[in-house]
Design a protein around this ligand. Structure first.
Ligand SMILES: [Zn+2]
Length: 346
């Protein structure tokens, strides 16, 4: 078997030049006086600055670790949909998505975009469609990030199975793009952003789907649940048992044609559990570097988020299964990625 293309389906632009954060701070400082705040055109970041921010960071690590291509989206914790109103989020999303698009243009072999949406608490998700369409049709994005909790830790939106979200799903089906279900910063002090809120949301999203019949309404809708699926794989028996109590079909039938998990689990036993419990066809390689956990594990001497090492070291995965995790499943879940890769190969 040929060496698989190693596709990291979960990367964020966490290393954007500081001008981006300065722009955002000025925007936030003028939430009540937006006419005094910065305009999108006031942000100036050169191609050289973009190149430098990627070459010395993500691209360097991709080369060192043997990763070929990253599905690249704006920094998740900076989405902060709870800040301001729809217009605040709309301007901010447009800026962040454009930067990722420019990175993908500068490094077309290594990055392809996924869009953040201009969500805002209490606002109809229909308002996100213009940005979604632009990112897919003009920027060549292959997926979106959907925040199930734009309130930032207070869960004021209806569950993902509610019709509230259907306008987004209809567009996802139309364009055949999956959504990574990804929250942003927690502003609830009970929930640490990356240590609790992210994992809570992963687990919550799965359970919202389990209790519903969402995928009967949208048989081709696909969700990627990041961070290894939160608590889901570890408690698979609980979820199977709950589904059984609720007279739902077997999870394989009920959810696993539509829900996928990434490999952002930062130790070997976690990956071993994930790949043993969840069918390999539902697991997509990802590292989320350079992200929440940036240190070196003293037990191994390697970066926690160097997740390829764990897949390589797995004693239970065959070469064919590793191909699925690295490449095959990503091509299936992200058909626009598959089409882009095929077009390049010709
Ligand atoms: Zn992420």
């Amino acid at each position: 078997m040929n060496q698989p293309l190693v596709i990291d389906c979960h990367g964020h632009y966490t290393t954007a030049p500081p001008a981006l954060e300065q722009w955002r701070k000025a925007q936030i400082a003028n939430l009540n006086t937006p006419h005094l705040g910065p305009r999108a055109a006031d942000l100036r970041i050169s191609d050289d600055e973009l190149r430098e921010s990627i070459e010395n960071n993500q691209l360097r690590l991709m080369r060192e670790r043997g990763c070929d291509l990253t599905i690249f989206s704006p920094r998740a914790s900076f989405m902060a949909h709870h800040i301001g109103d729809f217009n605040t989020s709309a301007t901010w999303s447009a800026i962040c998505n454009e930067l990722c698009y420019r990175v993908a243009q500068l490094f077309p072999d290594h990055f392809i975009g996924a869009a953040m949406l201009p969500q805002s608490p209490g606002v109809d998700p229909r308002t996100c469609i213009a940005e979604l369409e632009k990112c897919i049709t003009q920027y060549g994005n292959v997926g979106i990030n959907l925040n199930p909790d734009p309130s930032g830790g207070f869960w004021t939106s209806p569950p993902l199975s509610d019709r509230h979200w259907y306008p987004i799903y209809e567009k996802m089906v139309e364009y055949d793009v999956p959504a990574m279900i990804h929250v942003s910063t927690s502003c609830n002090s009970c929930f640490h952003t990356t240590g609790a809120h992210y994992l809570n949301a992963d687990t919550t999203a799965f359970m919202q789907c389990l209790t519903s019949d969402l995928f009967s309404d949208f048989p081709t809708l696909r969700f990627l649940i990041p961070h290894g699926g939160g608590a889901v794989p570890y408690h698979w028996g609980r979820f199977r048992g709950l589904a059984q109590e609720m007279k739902k079909p077997l999870l394989q039938e009920h959810l696993l044609k539509n829900i996928f998990f990434d490999t952002c689990v930062y130790h070997q036993p976690g990956i071993d559990l994930l790949t043993r419990v969840i069918p390999v066809d539902n697991i997509l390689f990802a590292s989320e570097m350079i992200g929440a956990v940036r240190g070196i594990d003293p037990e191994t001497g390697h970066y926690y988020d160097d997740t390829k090492r764990y897949i390589e070291a797995s004693t239970q995965l065959t070469a064919a299964e590793k191909y699925q995790i690295y490449e095959g499943n990503a091509r299936r879940v992200f058909p626009r990625l598959d089409a882009a890769l095929n077009a390049r190969a010709e």
